[in-house]
Design a protein around this ligand. Sequence first.
Ligand code: DMJ
Length: 648
Amino acid sequence: MHSPSRKEFVSLTFTGSGNYNNKQWRRQSCWRKWKQLSRLQRNLILFTVALMLVCGIATYPTVTEHFRGLTVVVKEDEGHVLKLVIPEVLPESDKQNQPLVPEPPSEQKRPPHKRGPPGLQNRLQKKGTGSDIQVKENPIQEAKKADKEKGEKPLVKRGALIEADQATEGGTAKEAENKVAVPAVEQGDHSHEPEFDRLEAVRDAFRHAWKGYKEFAWGQDELRPISKSYGEWFGLGLTLIDALDTMWILNLREEFEEAKTWVSTELSFNKNVDVNLFESTIRILGGLLSTYHLTGDALFLDKAKDIGTRLMPAFNTPSKIPYSDVNIGKGTAHPPRWTSDSTVAEVTSIQLEFRELSRLTQDTRYRAAVDKVMQKVHKLEGKQDGLVPMFINTNSGQFTHLGVFTLGARADSYYEYLLKQWIQGGQKETELLEDYLQALEGVKKNLLKKSSPNSLTFVGELSHGQFSPKMDHLVCFLPGTLALGAHHGLPADHMELAKQLMETCYQMYAQMETGLSPEIVHFNMHEGSIRDVDVKLADRHNLLRPETVESLFYLYRFTKDRKYRDWGWEILQNFNKYTKVSTGGYTSINNVRDPEYPSPRDKMESFFLGETLKYFYLLFSDDPELVSLDKYVFNTEAHPLPIWPSAE
Ligand code: DMJ
């Protein structure tokens, strides 16, 4: 019998001086040593060898494809490490639902430029070298392949949804983050897919958004999709009205009829409520007017006239520059509590709607009020090369906070409406055109710069002579507006600039880990920068805004360059992946830089239905007569209004 101590310690020694040529001796020696081992030791060795064998087989793809349902291939490390869950060790029921979970990329793991160099990003993905994960030979993929071989439409699998059920209303950002389901679908190349599929995908997205609104927020201003509730702003069914013409354009007639019934039976503007003049003009008045034009239904014109008339007290100011807020029930108006200033973009981006209301009703008061604002602003001092400050005083009628210039928040749609009013009125109002052209020269001279290292053209800001390379997502309306101007006969270099800025706006999406743009970016300008775009912590949110998709639509309509559609398709897929809530609706998110925890904000803005989805649909539609840009001009909330016949 061996002593316990001998059993416990065995050393296998291989000496360099042994007779290695004597094979028989070696076999005998090994066998003897093997026999000397305890059963436990032999079992341990056998188990280790077996484990190594299994691991070897499991990582050898051509073998595993025959035995396993799923093979995961990491194509390129872009900061993600995959945790593999081998399906065989799971119960059958779990296998079907098991996502591939990318580990949250730590700061060290993150390469500085995650999504490939600008300009290359799209091409990389198309070649299939840029995507993180490919799922091969699982049943869905096989079914897709089989469908394709049969010539049938392949099954399009979507990303995992944000699970509303798992989130708490009013939870902390961290709590909310933990509720986000992780996407489980590959990002492949869909550029070959027929436009029909893309149009259907937009209709699906609309239906999904509408489902949430209908179930949890019907007749209210905004859906809160995570908490399955709603938010009130004006208490006027903002989302429903903003979405009316989108439903018409997307040919969602059933949904449209339901909404129309609500407008005719429930919508009343006789309410003691303060509304923002600009927001209610562009969303409600604009939405009702365009729906009237598309449908010919007088109900919408009656409602438009009602709200338009109730907003008029806003213009009763010493300067005739309107107040920001109106009580539509009492007929009183006032500036915000803390100032007597109004925002320049707000007082100069209500003209298309009030002018059209005058034309339709033959009541000149609406147009007179808004034209006066434009005439005053045209003459004001305080501009720099046609660029306007962000505030204007309702008493003095003068610009305030002088010396700060942006094409982003508080000034953006001033520039947009200069051009669009000129188009709306049949290109006769030369002051508007002059102001527009001068402002563009001002942009080129003061705000237009190139980023490093990839020379993206961007529009920054100016503060008392100091340039800041900050650009709001809101500025991405500009490529579309420039292209629209060029289409209506303005210089061809406007179109060239539009194309450059369009690329920049696309990169604001493509360079983010979720493929969705943040609210604000800062461009790098110094030589030797590693990447073009930086995002500050406070600016990482995405509100489902439309501007980039809007510009893609214009650029595609005028150039027919398919890349604009493909960029739009990528963005739509990323909205589906990171902002879609499983129980209905889409949510704005807090963090576009973290695909694992985009952190839902629990709010679906009305412009997602009014603008973003509408522009997606128009981008993918092949019908140039579906809201022809020679017949209509879109207001800043994507509501098409007619270009006036030349006689008017
Ligand atoms: C919309 O209400 C309008 O497009 C407006 O001009 C800017 N803000 C939002 C969308 O981002």
